[in-house]
Each structure stands twice: as structure tokens, then as C-alpha cells.
Design a protein around this ligand. Structure first.
Ligand code: FE2
Length: 299
């Protein structure tokens, strides 16, 4: 259980800046904390449109044909070609507790999924429109990119009762560039609370080293290399509760986690990860694209 919530700590939270451009104060907080909460960045109506589109896409899914499970704890995606080839597709991943002993879904399809990934922003017009607003382009433009490109999109469902826990990790472990350039943009599409498994961050810990690297070894197998084995500090994480429409920006080195969702409320979120095209993108990263779908920025 992820119970390390220091609720009395300050969290860097602001109303979304008009036009999206981050202020000097926001940028200073982002540098200090490694994450930044921007309330009402998108409208509730925009959140509802994305949720409706995710529901439509899920309706077309035949769970008998697709049985891929994504579990951050059990690492079920290792060696799963359905996962590893999803960098330029729209694919569906179930929660590890989605199926009963007879192989039937315990809950509705939409309440059985862990996530949808990883190229909706380039393949689906509704996701594209949500992902490429002038406001988000201005926010990204405030950060230190030469040529920002959107590497991946994920629709994360954290469904009621079976939503899986995610242990503390850094996203640059999985979306590594040289130099590191990954920043996550996490949109709450529904209210995210401690009860339904909101994001938690260890403030300032992004200034420490990258602890692990996920890469393809010489045999073509995805594996992990430990770069720093110091454990994460106990009790240091703070909850980033977020109302629907909130954007949470976090550094690729910012350690974060989320608890399981044992509540009756789903916790849908949408994330984009942006890297700099000027950085080297290793051939050993899990996420690769075919030549038919080149990476794009916010144009
Ligand atoms: Fe993450």
C-alpha cells in the first residue's frame, strides 16, 4: 500500500495562467519541487469530450481478442509484443484484477482497463485536438525545449475497486534521452483524490540521480539497469490532489507514485510526455515508431 502522504507539506499549485505561458514564480516552483499543479487548465467540457471519446474507442474493443494486462507492480508488459509495439498505435491494457477465475471481466469494459496507449494524440482527431491547444503549446514553450515533440499519450483509467497501485518511479527511466528532456503533462479528467489514487510526488527529489534505466538488451529483451540503488525516502511523498481540468506538469526525474483505487470512483487521467527532438533518442528505448508516423510537436 502506498500510504506515504505528508499532507501538511506545501504543494506548488496555481490557477492556470491565461494563455498558458508559465510565470517566473511558477517556473521557480517547478525547478524547486519538480512538479507544478495548474488548476482549471482545461474546461470540464473538454475533459468530458475526451472521456466520451475514450468510451467510444473502448466500445469497439473485443476483450476476448485482446488480453494484454499492464501492471506497474507485476511488470506484466515485459516481453509482451502487444505492449512493445504500441508506440505508434492505439492499444488497450487491462488491470491485472480485471478478469475473474473463469476469464470473464468482473466489471464493465471501461472499468476494467488500466490504460490506453500510446499514440492517440497522432491517430485520433479528438485526442489530437485535446493535445495540441495553443495554451499547452505556450506552456511547453515556457520550458527549456529547442524542438519539443510529443513522444507518447496515455489515457489512464485507474478504475474503481481494481485500479492498480504504481510504485515510486521516474518517467525518464522509460522515456530516456541524452541529455534527459522528458517532461510529463498529466491532465485530471475526473477529480483525483487520495481515496481514488491521486498522484503523489517527492518534492525536490528530481534533483537527485536517475535511479533506473529501462532498455532493450543485446538479446532484444527489455530489462532494467540500476544506476543508483539508494532507496526513496520513507514518508516524503505529498499528494497532488487535482480537480477535473487540472494539469500537473512533472520533471522526467520527479519520483512519483499512486495508490490503488479501492473506492467506487474512477480516476481517469490523460498524460502526454514531451521530449526534445534535439536530444538523442536511443534505439534501445521501448517506445519506437515506424517511419509512417513521425513524431510531431504542437504545430
Ligand atoms: Fe510515471
Amino acid at each position: 500500500m502506498a500510504t506515504i502522504v505528508a499532507s501538511n507539506s506545501r504543494v506548488p499549485s496555481y490557477p492556470a495562467p491565461a494563455g498558458g505561458q508559465l510565470t517566473a514564480e511558477m517556473l521557480a516552483d517547478f525547478d524547486e519541487f519538480g512538479f507544478l499543479i495548474l488548476r482549471d487548465f482545461v474546461s470540464v467540457e473538454a475533459c468530458d469530450r475526451l472521456r466520451a471519446r475514450a468510451a467510444e474507442l473502448t466500445e469497439e474493443l473485443d476483450p476476448a481478442a485482446v488480453r494484454s494486462v499492464f501492471s506497474a507492480l507485476q511488470q506484466t508488459q515485459l516481453g509482451d509484443s502487444y505492449f512493445e509495439e504500441s508506440g505508434d498505435k492505439i492499444r488497450f491494457f487491462f488491470e491485472s484484477d480485471a478478469f475473474d477465475d473463469n476469464g470473464e471481466l468482473r466489471q464493465s469494459k471501461i472499468d476494467s482497463l488500466n490504460k490506453i496507449g500510446h499514440a492517440m494524440h497522432d491517430l485520433d482527431p479528438v485526442f489530437d485536438a485535446f493535445s495540441r491547444t495553443p495554451e499547452l503549446a505556450a506552456t511547453v514553450g515556457s520550458l527549456n525545449y529547442v524542438d519539443p515533440i510529443v513522444l507518447q499519450s496515455m489515457y489512464i483509467l485507474k478504475p474503481p475497486r481494481i485500479g492498480g497501485e504504481v510504485h515510486c518511479h521516474q518517467d525518464s527511466t522509460f522515456l530516456y534521452t541524452e541529455p534527459e528532456s522528458c517532461i510529463g503533462f498529466w491532465f485530471a479528467l475526473e477529480d483525483a483524490t487520495v481515496d481514488n489514487g491521486c498522484m503523489q510526488f517527492i518534492p525536490g527529489a528530481h534533483k537527485g540521480p536517475l535511479k533506473q534505466l529501462h532498455y532493450r538488451d543485446d538479446n532484444g529483451q527489455m530489462t532494467y539497469k540500476t544506476l543508483d540503488d539508494t532507496p526513496w525516502p520513507e514518508g516524503a511523498a505529498v499528494a497532488a490532489e487535482a480537480k477535473a481540468g487540472t494539469l500537473v506538469i512533472f520533471d522526467g526525474r520527479a519520483p512519483h507514485l499512486s495508490g490503488p483505487n479501492l473506492s467506487d470512483q474512477s480516476r481517469h487521467a490523460y498524460t502526454l510526455h514531451v521530449i526534445d527532438k534535439e536530444s538523442r533518442y536511443p534505439a534501445g528505448n521501448w517506445l519506437q515508431r515506424g517511419a509512417n508516423l513521425p513524431f510531431r510537436g504542437f504545430e
